[in-house]
Design a protein around this ligand. Sequence first.
Ligand SMILES: Nc1nc2c(ncn2[C@@H]2O[C@H](COP(=O)(O)OP(=O)(O)OP(=O)(O)O)[C@@H](O)[C@H]2O)c(=O)[nH]1
Ligand SMILES: [Mg+2]
Ligand SMILES: [Zn+2]
Length: 276
Amino acid sequence: MAGLIIKAVSGVYDVLINGQTIVCKPLGVFRHQEKKPKVGDLVEIENQTIVEILPRISDLQRPFISNVTKVFIITSLVEPDLNLNLLDRLISLVEWENLKIVLVFTKKDKTDVSLYQSVLTYYQNLGYPVYLMPGAEEPLLDEIKDQICVVAGQSGVGKSHLINSLHPLFTQKTGEISKALGRGKHTTRHIELLSVAGGWIADTPGFGILDLKMDVASLSHTFREFFACKCRFPRCYHLAEPGCAVKEKVKNKEILKSRYQNYLGFVKEIQYQKKY
Ligand SMILES: Nc1nc2c(ncn2[C@@H]2O[C@H](COP(=O)(O)OP(=O)(O)OP(=O)(O)O)[C@@H](O)[C@H]2O)c(=O)[nH]1
Ligand SMILES: [Mg+2]
Ligand SMILES: [Zn+2]
């Protein structure tokens, strides 16, 4: 019978099986096969030993967790300031992994939301569920049902705070924003699946900039609204090609200018990585 790894600390795993948590170690042979069990894995156990890792439906490296089905991308409106570059980067990375996306904008109580409404509506119109916190705890619980979720986002945006608001017994450590830097201090360090609302959610530490490990064609597909455009050339990268419908829509303000600018920045980044 298969169990679920819900926590990993220094090579020791908590495996949930039949509603019971069993502390297990992996078979020594895994080390030589370069297989490493991770949180989110379904595993077969025998006498407190993990003897088999079942095939993964998804396999994230950062955060190091498998079988994730949905990512809550967390962005704060203020403190730290709304960072659409990081938001677009995360959306592309998660689209690339083929996982479901939920967008959560936090700290609405610290600012005037109407300042951001047009941007929020734009992302919502792309088909991403958009929630504002505090205040969206109930719909977020519905989003977790039957899913393995992770939160992703910059340090200090309120990932741990959000998770704590989902269940009275959740006590993820939250951190003060560094006044000098306007960002958090990486309060969250280990990974653990928390059971709530008929699904699972894991807190993760925040990060700075993540590499885009895809080619430009794939990148262009991760921008949904670009993918839907009918450019003159079917393999248009929306750069200098004639008859580019994306550039036309940017000009007509049908595509958010920051989306296109961030796309151009990511293209440069990918081309630079290739060169060196
Ligand atoms: N006013 C307000 N404060 C918030 C909100 N969300 C988070 N905070 C505060 O912002 C600070 C940072 O929140 P955390 O939850 O620790 O941030 P984090 O994203 O987990 O940061 P790392 O673990 O470093 O990646 C804490 O002081 C929280 O109390 C919010 O919606 N409104
Ligand atoms: Mg945290
Ligand atoms: Zn184009």
